[in-house]
Ligand binder design. Sequence first.
Ligand SMILES: NCc1[nH]cc(CCC(=O)O)c1CC(=O)O
Length: 324
Amino acid sequence: MTQSFRVGTRGSALATTQTGWAADQLAQLSGLEVDTVLVKTEGDVVTGSLANLGGTGVFAAALRQHLLDGGCDLAVHSLKDLPTVQPEGLVLAAIPPREDVRDALCGRDGMTLDQLPEGAKIGTGSPRRAAQLRAYRQDLVIVDIRGNVPTRLGRVKGVGDTHDDGSVGRATQGDLDAVILAAAGMRRLGLEQHITEYLDPSIMLPAPGQGALALETRTAGTGHAELDQALARFDDLHTRLQVEAERALLNQLEAGCAAPIGALASVQDGELVLDAVACNPDGSEVMRRSAKAPLADVAAAQALGRGLANGMLADGAAVVAGLA
Ligand SMILES: NCc1[nH]cc(CCC(=O)O)c1CC(=O)O
């Protein structure tokens, strides 16, 4: 009889889709079978604005507790939702190759950001996205929205109406001209056709870790040698170095996932390049900085992130981003 491992997931469409993808890859690599364990998390029932939730990792906490308690062997998270400090007893055993890192505009009637009319209403619950949108176009009206990806997409005029079979949100009548969502989530859910513009990082830097998954286990391992080996093979070094640099920056700025901070690392000509932005939430001030280092190990990637953060702090980033 084939042995199986248990993977824990949140219940949202995005969570179950990306957990299913990761678990299938690990099943193939390990030769083991997968059992999926659904874990209800606090983040799924809280209805306040993301701006008020802070960086406490509400989405991940219950799943992590389940993992620590032995209720599953592995948890799959969106890396950008994880707090930057790793909890005792758990490790990110694998960070698979990253999806598209960019933020995506889903506009009504095929419109791009520049085509939206004066005073257009754009939905996002993210202070980072709101600040960068305001900095780019002062006339836009930012509407604070929450909910899972299909629900948010359903707020766009026309989108909620045409897809009332439940595949896209519950809204039957959109009230917004556009929403901003992570391209990665849209692609994983097969909703790419609703993207009307992939926002260039020169306009909108993504959240640290955006587009990456984190496969977490207990520090002692999963209890399945084949699975531990499969995780090691699934880990993507370039993705790991990128996200370690981005998260070290966020951590050094003492900011969480709800802060108006964007960061994106990339590998260019054998170097790790890190771009970062700290914004005033109203978009009136935008501090953008960049740094690079030879491509080396995790410690060097983290040093790059910390160093860039320290330079930004010296120039007043904490005041700009309202972290002070
Ligand atoms: N905060 C929710 C969340 N966490 C991860 C993703 C998308 C997938 C990813 O960035 O890896 C999303 C939705 C979104 O931001 O549009």
